[in-house]
Design a protein around this ligand. Structure first.
Ligand SMILES: Nc1nc2c(c(=O)[nH]1)N[C@H]1C(S)=C(S)[C@@H](COP(=O)(O)OP(=O)(O)OC[C@H]3O[C@@H](n4cnc5c(=O)[nH]c(N)nc54)[C@H](O)[C@@H]3O)O[C@H]1N2
Ligand SMILES: Nc1nc2c(c(=O)[nH]1)N[C@H]1C(S)=C(S)[C@@H](COP(=O)(O)OP(=O)(O)OC[C@H]3O[C@@H](n4cnc5c(=O)[nH]c(N)nc54)[C@H](O)[C@@H]3O)O[C@H]1N2
Ligand SMILES: [Mo]
Length: 781
């Protein structure tokens, strides 16, 4: 029998005494010398010698490897070093020579390892051998690949396919993802939740309805032609820093950059290109020209205010016979629902918009004036919009704003949801989806001669609920760290132990691997930066960036262990022992030559992947065709749709003693991978167990800097969620909202607290109460 996790030792409940944070104001720009220092530190920590070696030269270059960090576009004419501080950290983290090998597992039980922090687990190095959990020893022990595949195949055969979940984190290649979804569907399930269910799913639900495509419409070249750029809730500095290059060029051309963010994020204010010696001496470029500290959850109201100002100014212009502010020709020819939307804006009351957005009317009018002066506008957005209760409507509001002046489907303009993982968008493109309407099931049936399941599968939140109910028996994970990324750790970890089968395909050890089911396998795979040798020679893989461009990627480094297998090889190994033979799928041939998988992708999606193998190394990638870019609207009305939001508030209303917790990523992490304990740009060093608070709120609650507090969930559903040991630090965040780090605060998010329509956990508006802890510790920093 497996033991339930020891919560006392869990990183969710115990602060790490040696990781007390110190607060120091950070006055430098993003990039700059701070970036160089941070890079040197991670290279030392990971024992990687990369500078001066070939590896960073190859990052994001045609013929090289595509960064394993973010999904931002890769230019056709790259910089000498087309990488950023965080991309280099991600590279170092993957190619570290440190190893987590069978000898390591022989000397550590899982009970002991559950007391390790997320950082310590991954920092220990790469997984090297296939492992099976031995409940008698409470340890992972080495197993052969053949044995692993045979036993997992037998386990899967014995389970009802509808009780098995196939999760994907957004890093796996198009080739691996296509094979994975085919395997799962031939097995009999559409249970393909993805990290995107916690991320931009609000976008994927919103945009098809309003512009007929689930993805953004901008291309990198639009940044050369744009007149104005908006950002809503996206932290470029840390999460897509290579985007700072085109932004810097735009700033130099005098393009206004307008930011809506409750926190003044450094990189959106100033950037110094660490690869440019002149800038390193002369200082940085300012990025944002206007910065609006909207209340968390206030964007729907703020954008309504912008639209209202614009529509009212247009009403005046029309009355006076002056030039119109709206693109009336575009609206008439290409859109539907304008009158209702305009009426909604005219009827919205400025006082209500001010109260909900936290912005004075004058600021909304000023932003509207900037918007109204530009001929071509790009609107970028991220988790600050999508991870809220009304995240889907917030995405639609961005589209409303753009449609008013025809800013979709013309050069220099467009909607730009900035995606997360490096291939998260691509995975959805090749069939990783729980929603059957998004998958060409008939085509799969025709190509492979099987009857695909027709019932929708489980999303991430659905899967969590089903795990809690004990309805999920098997869970296969292609990457990721499911139990840390999802909400409600205190509920999810005990429920997870009820699984019959857990199969984790991973590069590094993480907490999900430490909570076993009855039968548990940990299968180590190659990372993308490693050379992937198969029967026909070294293989390339491909991925889709945030701008729908497809790029080929070739591994460059010798694999850290000869016992690793590639993700396609692991998927094929599982498929062969689980499924009856099918003459139409030759898994071995696909593994021998990934070009054959790409041919299969092209056969499945002939319009999207035309000449896939020929074009995959095209500099800058090849863009998938996208109706909205050509103003072809594949929506139910055949037009781009204006929509009226159901709620002005992008969260739920709460009583006065309840605070909205915004969960943030630090500068030193990639999702649940914690590189280090500094959040340089926000001035928080050496610890993550903090609550960032407005000083007025601190005074109201009688809290001083360094006091320890306990957060408890304000959702009263009998679960009793709490997170103690958090150190209070004063911070520039609007009153009534507080910030803490993800994943440490996920224990406070109820599974049911998610966006309407997309089920993205509402991680940017978690209702909590704050209580001072008895033994207040000394002041920090
Ligand atoms: N280095 C690094 N790169 C990454 C990642 C990483 O963890 N580390 N993660 C990757 C992934 S998977 C993703 S999805 C992306 C995430 O990248 P982002 O989309 O930038 O997501 P977050 O960092 O979670 O937060 C976004 C911003 O939203 C702001 N915000 C919070 N609430 C609101 C609100 O109500 N309104 C507005 N306007 N703003 C708000 C926060 O202050 C923060 O600046 O980055 C990807 N790239
Ligand atoms: N509170 C809160 N929760 C959030 C968020 C938030 O902002 N706030 N953000 C959400 C978002 S946007 C996302 S995308 C999810 C992320 O959720 P996930 O994608 O599940 O999590 P990651 O942390 O990216 O996964 C890290 C693990 O992936 C494995 N890995 C790394 N590289 C590879 C590889 O090449 N192959 C394989 N097979 N494995 C690999 C390593 O073992 C590593 O431990 O979290 C979500 N959760
Ligand atoms: Mo994400």
């Amino acid at each position: 029998m497996t033991q339930p996790p020891d919560h006392k030792a869990s990183p969710d409940h115990e602060p790490h005494p040696d990781h007390k944070a110190v607060q120091k104001p950070y006055s430098g720009p993003a990039g700059g010398w701070g970036s160089v220092k941070a890079l040197a530190a991670i290279l030392t920590q990971e024992e990687v010698t990369v500078l001066g070696s070939e590896i960073l030269w190859q990052q994001n270059k045609p013929g090289g490897f595509m960064c394993v960090s973010c999904s931002w576009a890769k230019p056709a004419d790259p910089h000498v070093f087309e990488f950023c501080e965080n991309g280099a950290k991600a590279t170092a983290w993957e190619i570290t020579p440190k190893k987590t090998d069978p000898a390591f597992f022989a000397s550590h039980t899982l009970t002991e390892l559950r007391g390790w922090s997320d950082h310590a687990l991954e920092e220990n190095g790469r997984l090297t051998h296939p492992l099976r959990y031995d409940p008698a020893l409470d340890k992972y022990v080495q197993v052969s690949w053949d044995e692993a595949f045979l036993e997992i195949g037998a386990e899967l055969e014995a389970l009802d396919p509808r009780s098995v979940v196939f999760y994907t984190s957004g890093r796996a290649s198009l080739e691996a993802s296509y094979m994975y979804q085919l395997f799962g569907r031939m097995y009999g399930t559409n249970n393909f939740p993805d990290s995107s269910n916690m991320c931009h799913e609000s976008t994927s639900v919103a945009l098809p309805e309003v512009i007929g495509v689930p993805v953004g419409t901008v291309l990198l070249e639009d940044f050369d032609k744009t007149d104005c750029i908006f950002f809503f809730g996206q932290n470029t500095t840390t999460n897509s820093p290579r985007m700072l290059h085109p932004l810097q060029s735009c700033a130099k051309r005098g393009v206004p950059i307008v930011v809506f963010n409750p926190i003044r994020e450094r990189g959106l204010e100033q950037f110094t290109d660490p690869q440019n010696p002149i800038q390193m001496v002369a200082g940085g470029t300012r990025i944002a020209t206007e910065y609006y500290q909207v209340t968390p959850g206030g964007d729907i109201a703020a954008i309504t205010g912008l639209c209202k100002a614009l529509i009212e100014a247009d009403d005046t212009a029309q009355r006076d016979g002056a030039p119109r502010l709206l693109d009336t020709q575009f609206i008439a020819e290409h859109t539907h629902g304008f009158e209702d939307f305009a009426a909604f804006c005219r009827d919205s009351d400025w006082a209500a918009l001010e109260a909900v957005s936290g912005l004075p009317r004058s600021e909304m009018q000023a932003a509207a004036a900037t918007y109204g002066k530009a001929n071509a506008v790009i609107a970028n957005y991220g988790m600050g919009l999508t991870q809220h209760v009304h995240g889907v409507e917030a995405c639609k509001m961005v589209a409303n704003l753009l449609l008013l002046r025809g800013n979709i489907g013309k050069p220099g303009a467009g909607i730009s949801p900035v995606r997360g993982h490096s291939n998260v968008q691509g995975q959805r493109t090749v069939g990783i989806s729980e929603k059957t309407k998004l998958v060409p099931l008939d085509r799969l049936k025709e190509l492979y001669g099987f009857e695909p399941p027709r019932q929708d599968g489980l999303s991430t939140v659905d899967a969590c609920e089903a795990i809690v109910k004990g309805e999920v028996r098997g869970f296969v994970s292609l990457g990721g760290n499911f139990l840390r990324a999802v909400p409600d750790h205190g509920v999810m970890e005990p429920a997870w132990t009820k699984l019959r089968l857990s199969v984790q395909i991973a590069t590094k050890l993480n907490r999900t691997h430490l909570i076993p089911g009855e039968v548990t396998y940990l299968l180590p795979c190659n990372g993308r930066i490693e050379i992937d040798r198969q029967a026909t020679g070294p293989q390339a893989v491909s991925m889709e960036d945030s701008t729908t461009c497809i790029h080929g990627s070739r591994g460059q480094r010798e694999p850290v262990s000869e016992h690793l297998r590639s993700e396609p090889a692991i998927v094929a190994g599982l498929a062969k022992t689980t499924l009856p033979p099918n003459s139409k799928v030759n898994w071995d041939a696909w593994v021998a030559d990934y070009a054959l998988v790409r041919d299969a992708i092209e056969r499945t999606y002939p319009d999207q992947f035309k000449d896939f193998n020929k074009r995959m190394f095209q500099p800058g990638g090849f863009p998938r065709p996208l109706g909205a870019r050509e103003r072809v609207w594949k929506t139910p009305t055949g037009k781009a749709n204006f929509t009226v939001p159901e709620s002005l508030l992008n969260r739920s209303a709460q009583p006065a003693d309840v605070y909205q917790l915004v969960t943030l990523r630090s500068d030193g992490q990639f999702n649940t991978t914690i590189y280090g304990f500094d959040d340089r740009f926000r001035g928080v060093f050496g610890g993550r167990e903090v609550v960032l608070m407005n000083e007025a709120d601190m005074a109201r609650l009688g809290l001083a800097k360094g006091d320890m507090v306990r957060l408890t969930s304000a959702v009263d559903d009998g679960v009793g969620r709490a997170r103690g040991g958090l150190q209070v630090l004063p911070f520039g965040i609007p009153e009534g909202s507080i910030a803490g780090y993800y994943p440490e605060c996920n224990v406070l998010i109820p599974i049911a607290h998610h966006a309407k329509g997309s089920k993205v956990p509402a991680a940017k508006s978690v209702p909590v109460r704050i209580a001072k802890e008895a033994a207040a510790e000394s002041q920090a920093g």
